[in-house]
Design a protein. Sequence first.
Length: 220
Amino acid sequence: MRFFSTISTAIIILTSLTCCQFKAKGTYKNNDINKELPCSADKNNDEKENEIKTDYENIYKTFTDTLSNNYRVLHKEFNQNIHKIYYISHNQYRDKCTPIYVLDVDKQTTKEIISNDYFQPKNYNNEVILVSVDNNKTIDNHLYIVGNREACGSGWIIEHPIVYIDMNTDIVYGFDECAEYKFLKDNKIRMTKAIPTNLDSATCSAEYTYDTWEETKTLK
């Protein structure tokens, strides 16, 4: 596939790039584009982390240059322990959903962690489908994904499934689902939920009437 060929090319380009082992690529004032990055034990954690972020930002730019218009980056996480890029595929047809991929820069591996079909998140009783990605938010090492079912009728009850990715393991966990939502301060989310009240009398989902209520949860 063209995508995997593109990613392979990007990985080859980035093979030599790992912290304190790779050589920085770019233009420097002394024109020494292959100057080894320093690894000093005297540097504090903030300095080391800033070096790491700078180095991986260069990797990120190289990677994004390989992406076609059908893909876009959802989130990049470059700290002392996690060096990953999460990105999504936008499909032209609505009978396919939006897969989510992760590029592990250190391992030089790419994998699909959310498919273009129904999937079962860990620690969650319901199947989830992401026709598109509506929003995302990062809390510590958890990447929260708010999906959109682009539904109508009774589907309005669960228009927005919410899952999160543990960026340490790339395991996808279920969080909740709602009709509408809003991110609040202090890492909270307010969700509007609904339930049909006239199941006995309605002849189709378009005739449903709803009771609605709000719930607020903390994103951890």
